[in-house]
Design a protein around this ligand. Structure first.
Ligand SMILES: [Zn+2]
Length: 323
C-alpha cells in the first residue's frame, strides 16, 4: 500500500501488512481502529485505505494507484464515498455522528465502498459514542469505518469491541530523520527529540532557535555542575524543565556513546565534538546522571512539581559530575 501521493508508507510495516492482506482478499472488517501516537502516519494510512477500497487498479497489491479517477477524487478530497469527521472544540459531538448516520441511509453506488474516517475517536462525547456504537452494531452495507485514536483507554470499550484494532508504533529515529532530511539542517537532532513522531519533529525544527538555546542551557548546567554552588541552578529553569531534561538526557547519552568509542554517527549532538571531548566525567558518573535525569523527567511527566524535581535532581547531578 502506498500513500495517495504515491510515496512509500515508512515505519508501519505491521499495520500496513495487516491492511494489505484484507485488500488482497477483498475482505474488510466493517470497522478499524487505528491506535498510536500523533504524527506517525495513522491518517495517511486511513486515507490510503479509504482510497484503495474503490481504486480501479486491477492488481490489489497496487491499490491505491493514485492515478485512476477514483484515486484522483480521493486525493483532491472530493470523493463522494469518503467522509472524514474531526473533533469540534476538542470533542467529537453527537450532531456530527448523526450527520454521518443520515448520509449513510442512502445505499452506496453499485459495486462501490464507502469509507468513514473518524479522527480522534478518543474524544467522542458520551452521546456521540453511543450513537456511533449503534451504527457499528448494525453496520450499513459496503461501508468501512476507520477510527483513529491516540489513547485507547479513552475510547469506550463497547466501541473498541466492535472494531479491528491496528497498532501504529512510534517511528524509528532513522525514518523520522530520513523524512525530515530534505527540509531541515540537523535531521538527526530533531528526530532524536521527536519521540518517533514526524509531526513533533517538524514543530521542533520550526522553533529551532529556541531549541538550541535550551540545549545550551542544559549543557551548561551539566558542565558547571561540578561546583556545589551550581546545585540549585536547575531550579531557575523550572519553567522549561521538561525541555531542559530532554536535552540533558540526550547530552548524557551522547557523552556515554562518545566515551565508549561507539561509532560517531550515533552521536546526535555531532556539531559539538570538542565539548564531548572535554568532558572528563567517569562512565559511572555519566550513567548515574543519566538515570537520575530520566527519573526526574518521568516524575515531571507524572505531574510532579517542577521546582521540587529540580531541587532533588540538582545535588544529584553535582555528585555524579564529581564521580
Ligand atoms: Zn486508483
Amino acid at each position: 500500500m502506498h500513500t495517495l501521493e504515491g510515496s512509500e508508507i515508512l515505519g508501519q510495516e505491521t499495520a500496513v501488512r495487516q491492511l494489505e492482506l484484507a485488500l488482497e482478499k477483498g475482505r474488510f472488517h466493517h470497522a478499524y481502529l487505528f491506535v498510536g501516537p500523533e504524527g506517525v502516519g495513522r491518517r495517511t494510512v486511513a486515507r490510503a485505505l479509504a482510497a484503495a477500497l474503490n481504486c480501479q487498479e486491477v492488481n490489489p497489491g497496487d491499490r491505491p494507484c493514485g492515478r485512476c479517477s477514483s484515486c484522483l477524487r480521493a486525493r483532491a478530497g472530493n470523493h463522494p464515498g469518503i467522509r472524514e469527521i474531526e473533533p469540534e472544540k476538542d470533542s467529537l459531538r453527537l450532531h456530527q455522528v448523526r450527520q454521518v448516520q443520515e448520509e449513510l441511509r442512502f445505499a452506496p453506488l453499485a459495486g462501490e465502498y464507502r469509507a468513514v474516517i473518524i479522527g480522534a475517536a478518543d474524544k467522542l462525547t458520551l452521546e456521540a459514542a453511543n450513537a456511533l456504537l449503534k451504527i457499528l452494531e448494525e453496520p450499513p452495507a459496503a461501508t468501512v469505518f476507520i477510527l483513529v485514536a491516540t489513547d485507547l483507554a479513552l475510547v469506550p470499550a463497547t466501541v473498541v469491541s466492535r472494531c479491528c484494532t491496528v497498532n501504529f508504533r512510534p517511528l524509528p529515529e532513522q525514518v523520522v530523520a530520513g523524512l525530515l532530511a530534505p527540509e531541515v539542517e540537523n535531521p538527526l537532532l530533531a528526530a532524536a527529540l521527536s519521540g518517533g513522531s514526524v509531526r513533533r519533529a517538524r514543530s521542533l525544527t520550526q522553533e529551532a532557535e529556541g531549541l538550541l538555546t535550551t540545549r545550551e542551557k542544559a549543557i551548561n548546567l551539566w558542565e558547571q555542575a561540578g561546583s556545589s554552588r551550581q546545585a540549585h541552578a536547575l531550579e531557575g529553569e523550572a519553567g522549561s524543565l521538561a525541555q531542559v531534561l530532554d536535552w540533558l538526557t540526550l547530552w548524557l547519552r551522547d557523552l556515554l556513546v562518545w566515551r565508549y568509542g561507539e561509532a560517531a554517527k550515533l552521536v546526535v549532538n555531532s556539531d559539538l565534538e570538542s565539548r564531548l571531548n572535554q568532558d572528563t566525567t567517569s562512565p559511572d558518573g555519566l550513567l548515574m546522571a543519566l538515570e537520575e535525569t530520566m527519573r526526574a523527567a518521568g516524575a515531571l511527566a507524572d505531574n510532579a512539581n517542577a521546582q521540587l524535581v529540580a531541587g532533588v535532581l540538582g545535588p544529584k547531578l553535582v555528585r555524579a559530575r564529581r564521580n
